[in-house]
Design a protein around this ligand. Structure first.
Ligand SMILES: C[S@@+](CC[C@H](N)C(=O)[O-])C[C@H]1O[C@@H](n2cnc3c(N)ncnc32)[C@H](O)[C@@H]1O
Length: 210
């Protein structure tokens, strides 16, 4: 039966990734590393919004850190930060370990699945800054992405900031829809820093104490 009704987001399978397959991870890295230099200026622009002194010993979490490109830029912006990388792929962490070797002795790697409600307890916190790159869209379904935003909100200190570079445009409504979900999670001052659809960089703040 023909219908022009879109399937609910929950039923929409957006992409096919196997982050536990050595072959897939190597394939992704071989093709994506070629885009690292394009991504760096946007990531730097995004990180420039973080309201912390360069020498501050802030706590940073990288959600879905993968091979560590966003983490690397975060450490270059805040070299004294205590950085936690979270991901569920040991294979991606193997690459992050090599990339970040020698950058900071205060780096932790936490293996946790964002679909497991225990992921927030596993990463600990609280954090001053949460960053993420091309990760949360992998959750594919609306309820999981919303739960992830709520989890991130709960991990941040009052006045903390979430900076997310992601494929927002893969979800119906794009940045607008994600901004609504972030607002529902508790974030305020949500704004799009840069967009080249389907990719965008978004900032969202945790209210400061009055
Ligand atoms: C496209 S890579 C991005 C890596 C890195 N953040 C970057 O910007 O280059 C997506 C990452 O998200 C991770 N990921 C996807 N689904 C996840 C989940 N459910 N829990 C934890 N990590 C997940 C993958 O393992 C992978 O490392």
């Amino acid at each position: 039966m023909a219908s022009d009704t879109k399937p609910p987001l929950d039923d929409k399978h957006i992409d096919e990734h196997d982050w536990h397959s050595r072959e897939y991870v190597q394939h992704w890295i071989d093709s994506d590393m070629t885009r690292d230099e394009e991504r760096r200026p946007i990531l730097r622009r995004m990180l420039a919004l973080a309201p912390f002194a360069r020498d501050a010993q802030i706590d940073i979490l990288d959600v879905g850190a993968g091979y560590g490109l966003v983490s690397e830029e975060a450490l270059r912006a805040f070299p004294h930060a205590h950085l936690t990388l979270q991901d569920y792929s040991e294979l991606m962490f193997e690459h992050a370990l090599k990339r970040l070797a020698g950058l900071s002795p205060l780096t932790r790697y936490v293996l946790a699945d964002l679909c497991d409600p225990a992921w927030t307890a596993k990463v600990g916190g609280p954090f001053d800054l949460v960053v993420s790159g091309l990760a949360i869209h992998n959750l594919n379904i609306e309820s999981s992405m919303k739960a992830c935003y709520r989890g991130i909100y709960g991990l941040l200190r009052p006045g903390g900031l979430f900076l997310d570079y992601d494929l927002f445009g893969l979800v119906a409504g794009g940045v607008q829809t994600h901004s609504k979900w972030l607002r529902e999670a508790g974030f305020e001052r949500i704004h799009c820093i840069w967009e080249q659809a389907p990719i965008a960089a978004v900032a969202a703040s945790v209210p400061s104490p009055k």
